[in-house]
Design a protein around this ligand. Structure first.
Ligand SMILES: Nc1nc2c(ncn2[C@@H]2O[C@H](COP(=O)(O)OP(=O)(O)OP(=O)(O)O)[C@@H](O)[C@H]2O)c(=O)[nH]1
Ligand SMILES: [Mg+2]
Length: 459
């Protein structure tokens, strides 16, 4: 992959649509686009114009499009770039793309436009990741976090932290340079305090990682409980779609069904599972094993029980006792009973079991209460935080901040333990490197490949 060759791709999603945008970036982008224009010529840099485009070899018209011209470095990629906004649909964008390729462009790799933007210094690595989250994110909460990242708020925090680690190094040099004076210009305590402040900030940032990463993955929320308790009906009601089969026959659901859904603006991965009971045939037994695996990896469990149905199955209490995620007992089919079913002697007092909620998937009773409770349970830190809070949203972020934290912590500890300052200072360089790596200051091919691998073509 050389950076000067010219790449092209349709940047909008395939399929019917009023407009499709083809992007072309590289040294020959202007010339190739110019070769497709029937008359009127290429608009000037920073300008758009409507032009007829034709196949230069056969003279046949391809489309009428808005041609927008950017001259590097003032473009998304930092290179000369052209956008052809033509008609959408299955054919027109493909014809334009083929004409650009015939003119000498190469089909872009996934994420290559954004990768070039990064390599040309238009974006740092955190911002490039934010582009991906903006394109793929399904929940308003992730969207907000991605916009904050694109706006460099996380980048600025990381840059500031790095500068403060460099500052520690500078303080240490001053301290070392005057070893024999009674009152060195920089007393050791001052350096220890400055280190502790950096540690506190890194810790605060790191504390956002669990919820931040869930914003990308979705909180795994498993509907579990005895057969026929209404799990699949509730699953469908929460999705607003008939995804899972519902019948009055116990043992209907035999496999786990996953669906992504935003609830209260936060992303959830809802999982409907096979009803858990001891007397099950082989297929159902396998479904129950799958359910148990999901329960072990769940962020939250919705334990569905029909109180009319004698739910104090000992197997369920065992199950609840052996899982770590919080459990909301849902007393289903509330439309079938007069009084509230809110007492569950078998489950009361178990760790992680929250107060039960009466629900009816048929009438919608209790669903508002449930839907309001879900984000507060899994994303409590985010729900109460302000909209512009800076979050770590990827494992890569967590690892980098964690490494920096461990090093700065070890540095402070070493100074406090009386380790010679020169020796303690060896912890600071790795902390800086970890923070620089997050921003992509140092270009490492494996890191870049990992970041851009997730993109699709045209981004
Ligand atoms: N009246 C009433 N009936 C319900 C409600 N929810 C589910 N049912 C009925 O209960 C029966 C079982 O519902 P399902 O959703 O299939 O139950 P399930 O827990 O998924 O059952 P399995 O997949 O067999 O474990 C069906 O006949 C549903 O119509 C409800 O809120 N009110
Ligand atoms: Mg079911």
């Amino acid at each position: 992959m050389t950076r000067i060759d010219t790449i092209a791709a349709t940047s909008t999603a395939p399929g019917p649509g009023a407009v499709a945008v083809l992007r072309m970036s590289g040294n020959a982008a202007h010339a190739i686009a110019s070769g497709l224009i029937e008359s009127g010529g290429l608009p000037g840099a920073g300008r758009s114009a409507v032009r007829w485009l034709r196949d230069p070899a056969r003279g046949e018209r391809l489309d009428q499009a808005v041609v927008t011209v950017y001259a590097g470095p003032r473009s998304y990629t930092g290179e000369d770039l052209v956008e052809l906004s033509g008609h959408g649909g299955p054919l027109a964008p493909q014809l334009l793309l083929e004409a650009c390729l015939a003119g000498g462009a190469r089909l872009a790799e996934p994420g290559e436009f954004t990768r070039r933007a990064y390599l040309n210094g238009k974006l740092d690595l955190v911002q490039a990741e934010a582009v991906l989250d903006l394109v793929e994110g399904r929940s308003p909460a992730l969207h907000r976090a991605a916009l904050n990242h694109l706006d460099r708020r996380l980048s600025m925090r990381l840059t500031d932290l790095r500068a403060r680690v460099v500052g520690l190094e500078a303080l240490l040099v001053q301290h070392i340079d005057f070893p024999d004076e009674d009152e060195p210009p920089v007393p050791l305590e001052r350096i220890i305090d400055a280190g502790a402040a950096v540690v506190a900030d890194l810790e605060q940032l790191l504390a956002t990682a669990p919820e931040g990463e869930l914003l990308r993955d979705g909180a795994v929320t498993v509907l579990a409980g005895p057969p026929n308790s209404g799990k699949s009906t509730l699953f469908n009601a929460l999705l607003g779609a008939e995804r899972a089969i519902v019948t009055p026959v116990p043992g209907t659901t035999r496999d786990a069904i996953e669906a992504r859904v935003a609830i209260g603006g936060y992303p959830f991965l809802l999982v409907d599972t096979a009803g858990i009971r001891s007397e099950a045939d082989e297929v159902e037994r396998m479904g129950i094993e799958v359910a148990e695996r999901y329960l072990a990896g769940a962020d939250l469990i919705l334990l569905c029980m029909d109180p009319e149905d004698g739910v104090h199955d000992i197997a369920l209490t065992d199950l609840v006792g052996s899982i770590s995620a919080p459990v909301i007992p849902l007393l289903t089919k509330s439309d079938l009973r007069q009084s509230s079913g809110r007492s569950l002697p078998a489950l009361a007092g178990l760790d992680g079991v929250l107060p039960p909620i009466d629900v009816s998937a048929h009438t919608g009773h209790g669903l508002d209460e449930l839907v309001a409770a879900l984000p507060r349970l899994v994303f409590s830190g985010l729900v109460t935080a302000s909209a512009d809070v800076v979050l770590l949203t990827r494992r890569r972020h967590r690892h980098g901040v964690n490494t920096a934290l461990a090093e700065v912590r070890a540095f402070g500890q070493a100074l406090a333990d009386g380790v010679p300052a020169e020796v303690a200072s060896t912890h600071l360089r790795p902390a800086e490197t970890a923070l620089e790596g997050l921003l992509g200051v140092i270009q490492q091919d494996e890191v870049l490949d990992a970041v851009f691998r997730e993109f699709c073509i045209g981004k």
